[in-house]
Design a protein around this ligand. Sequence first.
Ligand SMILES: [Zn+2]
Length: 265
Amino acid sequence: MLTDIGVNLSSSRFAGDIEPVLVRAQESNVTKIILTGTSINETEVVIELCETYKTQFPSMLYATAGIHPHEAKSFNTDAITALEDLAKHPSVVAIGETGLDFNRNLSPHKTQEKVFESQIELAITCTLPLFLHERDASKRQLEILRSYQNHLPKAVIHCFTGDKKTLFSYLDLDLYIGITGWICDERRGHDLQNIVKNIPLNRLMVETDAPYLLPRNMPQMPKSRRNEPANLSYVIEGIAAHRAESATTIAENSSATAVAFFNLT
Ligand SMILES: [Zn+2]
């Protein structure tokens, strides 16, 4: 059993063939998938997907409810109320993705920080874990997380690609770490390959971030270049190549960690 903690199933690249994607996931032993909510609208869409497929794929799909830092500029006071309502849906298992992205800078930094803090507070009120994003913003992200340290809910940094110092700072805050196919990339994955062994096994989760980040260790890359949950085992193999445990141990443990973290039933 494998759990993919980050899938963007609402992407237009999945339009029209969601069902075969879920069948292939099932056939590849990926039995639980968390769909990422990145805005109010996308959160509504992923919750709807959970509803649509719950009879055909029982206990397989879950959702996060959040506003991605790229979308922070569209935030207003109505948005947090809307998010609070969406978070009550039984399919919603985390608040996010939320955090800071000072790489693409699609929203002003101050706005990103405000929207991030609102979502941390929402996660505290509704007692849900946080699904975090961070790119080139670890210093501010850590400062903000530390300011909530005494009552910070459980949190996972999804698609971690930072350096060793940042990794240890997140681990010191008791955060969990999500690893994607970035680790399988021989061009830009070196740093991550060198430090992945420092993540305690019980803090490690795995994700495809589909349709993005196709694992480059696949024997045959699909022509579409589209990633999907069925490819999760390549991410696990990419991690196992740089750790002492077998792929099976990583698969079993990362899934058990995710099931407990998100309280997947
Ligand atoms: Zn992200």
